[in-house]
Structure formats: structure tokens, C-alpha cells
Design a protein around this ligand. Structure first.
Ligand SMILES: [Zn+2]
Length: 321
């Protein structure tokens, strides 16, 4: 990144720690208020790390190439078949993808002329570099500490992210204060959204007993009989059965509404349809193939009044600030 590009970034970003003004200093950004500084990592993307202590997910390049390739393919399909049509249904100019992964949606929106940004943890940076993503639109940061000024975006979306917020390792084992961390995440997404702007949040529905996206490597995977039965069912069918109550990394509709509306102050909360959201690749396995059409029909045609209930496998909410 050149000096002029750093200057341009100072006009549209703020310090994620204190929201103070940033200024360009040679090859980094410095906060004029708290003195924090942020520099590009070895892949060329600025790391807005606030917490400089603790377990260092920021220095790991552990994401395997195959995972990234699958994400690239699935991310593009999801974006084209679901996210894009949903966000295009209301006029917008600026958009942020929180947990953008390979950033397929952000790239497509940039090509279409929108002011689009993607953020994710630094383990995505080497894939962004390989794909030539613009370092002025992709940043490494924490989802609960964003480097954008208040009310920057018309649309913010964060899909399959919230269930990992407040976890110890970024997967599913929860920290003691996970509710507080999740509230910080909700408040931060609301902060960068303009009044009247929309936020899309998605994760498997805690009230539905099968998690269709994650494996059974969580707090509940123990050496007990129930734990073993659960692992066996998963290995045979790919269905991860879990309790629908208590401490669990998944969220229900009411928990998400509580974070964003009751506590966060958002005005609107809508349970969205799921047409086009899933690629149903799990149903490629032989044992599940006969169920593909039934599952697709069920998930895509669940009546609106049942969407917020435990009959819906997925939590997909559109929140209006
Ligand atoms: Zn600062």
C-alpha cells in the first residue's frame, strides 16, 4: 500500500479501540486520540488488532487450502442465490460483510459499483492476497471492534458468524462471559449501521434439534454414552443432534432479537425465508440422498408463522435499526 492510499483510508476509517481519528504515518495508521497503531500484515492487509495479549489467532495461518476453496465456491453460490437478492430488495450504497471469508460477495458488490467492505480474522489474508483482493476494502479485525465510523453502512450482513462469537477457540466452546461478548458484537454492528439500515444475521437455530452446519465438536462432545451415541449418529448420517436449551453456541430467534432489539435498541426484527440459502451439499452422501427433495421442500417452504419456532432448522433474521 502506498502513502496516498493510507491517507485516503484515514478519511473513511476510525480507530477500532477508541473511535478516534487516524493519521497516516509512513506505512501504518496511527490513532490521534489513544496512540494505537495499525499496520498491514505480511499479506498486505491492515490488522486492526485491539487486544494485543491473549491467544494469538492473529498469527496463525491454519486454515487449510481445501477449506478456503470450498468456502470460495459455497460463498459465491450463497451470495448470488440468497444474500444479493435479499439486500437488493431495498436501495443501498454502502455494505459491510462481517466475517466475509473469501470475500466473494464483497468483490461482486465492488464490481457492481457499491461501496463494499469485508472483514475477517487474519487467517483469511493469505487467500485474499492470492485472489488479489483490494487492501483498501478488506481488513483483518475483530467483529466486535470495527474500524468504521458510526452509521457508515446501509446494509451489514454477518452470516454463520454469531454462533462463534464468544467462543474460546473461534469454534464452539464458549467463554464464561460469552453473553457479554455477543452483546458487544450486536452493539458494534448496530453502531456502524445508519438509522433505518438493515442487518442480516444467520446461524443454525438452537431450538431445532439438529445442527445442519457444524460437527459435534463442542462442549457437549464428551466420553459419556450420550456423547458417543451422538458421535455415532453424526458419523453415519451427518446429522449433529444437540439439546435445544441451555449453554450452547447456537442461538434461537428470541436470543438474537434480545441482543439486537431489546438490548441493542433496533426497531425491526423479521424472520426471513430460506429459499436459495442452502446448497444441500450434505445430502450428496448416499444415506441422505433420498431425503434431498423432502428436506429442500420443507426448509424452503416453511410457513412464515412457523419461522421463529423450533420447527425451523435455521435462524435468519433481518434487523432494522
Ligand atoms: Zn484510538
Amino acid at each position: 500500500m502506498k502513502t496516498g492510499e493510507f491517507d485516503a483510508l484515514c478519511d473513511k476509517l476510525v480507530c477500532p479501540a477508541c473511535h478516534g481519528r487516524l493519521e497516516a504515518q509512513e506505512s501504518r495508521l496511527a490513532c490521534t486520540k489513544c496512540g494505537s497503531h495499525y499496520a498491514p500484515n505480511r499479506h498486505g492487509y491492515i490488522e486492526f488488532r485491539v487486544d494485543q495479549t491473549g491467544e494469538d489467532v492473529y498469527e496463525q495461518d491454519t486454515t487449510p487450502d481445501e477449506y478456503a476453496e470450498t468456502q470460495e465456491y459455497c460463498g459465491l453460490r450463497l451470495f448470488d442465490e440468497y444474500t444479493k437478492p435479499v439486500i437488493l430488495s431495498t436501495p443501498f450504497k454502502s455494505v459491510l460483510d462481517v466475517g466475509c471469508g473469501m470475500g466473494m460477495g464483497t468483490s461482486e458488490l465492488l464490481e457492481d459499483g457499491y461501496d463494499a467492505y469485508g472483514i475477517d480474522l487474519p487467517n483469511m489474508a493469505r487467500f485474499w492476497a492470492r485472489a488479489g483482493k483490494d487492501p483498501a476494502h478488506f481488513f483483518c479485525c475483530d467483529a466486535a471492534r470495527l474500524p468504521f465510523p458510526d452509521e457508515s453502512f446501509d446494509v451489514v450482513y454477518s452470516l454463520g458468524v454469531i454462533e462463534h462469537i464468544g467462543s474460546v477457540s473461534g469454534y464452539s466452546t464458549l467463554c464464561d462471559n460469552y453473553t457479554e461478548i455477543r452483546q458487544n458484537y450486536a452493539d458494534e454492528l448496530l453502531r456502524v449501521t445508519r438509522p433505518g439500515g438493515r442487518i442480516l444475521i444467520a446461524c443454525p437455530n438452537k431450538h431445532f434439534p439438529i445442527d445442519i452446519q457444524h460437527g459435534p465438536q463442542d462442549d457437549l462432545s464428551t466420553e459419556t454414552l450420550i456423547g458417543k451415541v451422538r458421535a455415532m449418529i453424526y458419523s453415519k448420517t451427518g446429522a449433529n443432534i444437540h439439546p435445544t436449551w441451555g449453554k450452547n453456541h447456537l442461538l434461537s430467534y428470541s436470543e438474537v432479537r434480545d441482543l439486537f432489539c431489546t438490548k441493542g435498541g433496533a426497531r425491526g426484527f423479521e424472520a426471513m425465508h430460506l429459499r436459495g440459502y442452502f446448497g444441500f451439499s450434505k445430502f450428496e452422501r448416499k444415506s441422505l440422498k433420498p431425503l434431498l427433495h423432502v428436506a429442500r421442500f420443507y426448509i424452503e417452504n416453511l410457513p412464515g408463522f412457523l419461522r421463529k419456532t423450533g420447527l425451523n432448522p435455521y435462524m435468519l433474521a433481518r434487523i432494522t435499526k
